[in-house]
Design a protein around this ligand. Structure first.
Ligand SMILES: [Zn+2]
Length: 212
């Protein structure tokens, strides 16, 4: 296994839709093993192929309490129920988190490395990760799903933590990248946006976001 170089915003590969695979190619196991190792090193809960520069429609997900990763080929969300606001980050947009709209429950379908169909009913973090990764494979990023344009902040400068400006969070914020919300902490929707510095690759993008 190998750790692969990550792609970051504004790399155009993050904005291109991945191509559906018509069969499981022989080299795919190697690639997904490498994606899993890369996800572990980055302390993420998911990784989509675009994020390592591939446009094969493949993602891996591993929640913090799972002992092994789930490999999803051609994943798609087939049903969404409910809507809620969640805090989210992305390994390809390091240093930022935002408040996004996600589904409460989803049903997803994919193919496994063995070629068999995988059907998943999910809620909570898994539902969020499935939506986040299938979005990646369609060229969509969480910054496209912010509840409001200014609901994104630099890690350590969350809008509802004005009293703690400059305080860098330890560990869990990074661990929570790529779809994971921090434990029980969703920012108040009416929080101040004083420290917001939104990435510019938003829907009506300004200059390219270089990241911190
Ligand atoms: Zn991501």
């Amino acid at each position: 296994m190998a750790v692969l170089p990550m792609r970051f915003l504004p790399d155009p590969v993050l904005r291109r839709p991945a191509q559906k695979l018509t069969k499981v190619p022989p080299g795919l196991k190697q690639m997904t093993d490498d994606m899993i190792e890369t996800m572990h090193v980055q302390q993420g809960v998911g990784l989509a192929a675009n994020q390592i520069g591939s446009l094969q429609k493949v993602a891996v997900i591993q929640l913090p309490d799972w002992t092994e990763a789930l490999v999803l080929i051609n994943p798609e969300i087939v049903k969404r129920e409910g809507e809620l606001e969640l805090e989210e980050g992305c390994l390809s947009i390091p240093g930022y988190r935002g408040l996004v709209k996600r589904s409460v429950r989803v049903r997803a379908r994919a193919i496994g490395l063995d070629g068999k169909v995988i059907r998943i009913k999910a809620e909570g973090l898994l539902a969020q990760a499935l939506e986040h990764e299938t979005d990646h494979l369609n060229g969509t990023l969480y910054i496209d799903r912010l509840v409001a344009r200014d609901k994104i902040w630099k890690i350590g400068y969350r809008p509802d933590e004005e009293g703690h400006e400059g305080h860098e969070h330890d560990g869990h914020e990074h661990h929570a990248s790529e779809g994971a919300p921090g434990p029980g902490d969703s920012p108040s929707p009416d929080g101040s946006s004083a420290c917001v510095d939104p990435p510019a690759d938003a829907p009506d993008a300004g200059p390219p976001f270089r990241g911190p």
